[in-house]
Design a binder for this molecule. Sequence first.
Ligand SMILES: [Zn+2]
Length: 235
Amino acid sequence: MKRFLLTLWNDLLGLFYPRICGACGAPLIDGEELLCLYCLFELPRLSYHRYPDDENPLRNIFAGCSSVRQVIAYLHFQKESYVQHLIHEFKYHKNERLAIYIGRLAAEDLQRDGYLTDVDLFVPVPLHPRKMRQRGYNQSERVARGMASVYHHPIDTTSLIRHTYTKTQTRKSAYERRQNVKNVFSVAHPERLAGHHILLIDDVLTTGSTLLNCIDALRNVPDLLISIFVVSTVI
Ligand SMILES: [Zn+2]
């Protein structure tokens, strides 16, 4: 009886909130959760983190940063692709559960393969408070939550802060992006980060300007190691 009521409830919910895949938009069938099985298996997962450091194109972006250890991107981002749709779903269409889900999927793969085992604190790239109010949540923090459900590390959302409001980056050139995020981050509580190996978490890596500016803001934190995880990259 209980199971019947639960199924009925899910069917009723489905009438109001159709269950569709967060990447390709196909209707989900029983047993599928947020992504259809096709997308779950066929999403373009990247493996740059398996390359030697000098052959990892993501690692090269951060070559001048002595505190940076691992740089990991989960999916390959292309315009008009399922990955773009997925990112837009959790960034602009309030599908925060999808961000948590993707964080968990990525973390399950990485933990199984022995990556990020010496990280001890997750630090999502912060949004400006105004953008946070508009969006309702920080998508990178939701990704961090998904990852934390696997790694069980705490998430720090108060030490690294974004104190300047920046307009969206998507239509800017690489130079404009770098200028746009220069000096927009600062560290409110360096003592909370000191001595840690943090994982900086962001949704999309294009030129790396946002993350490079975060790393610059963190440069005076004593004994800090930094690894980087992005859900997707155009590289
Ligand atoms: Zn799908």
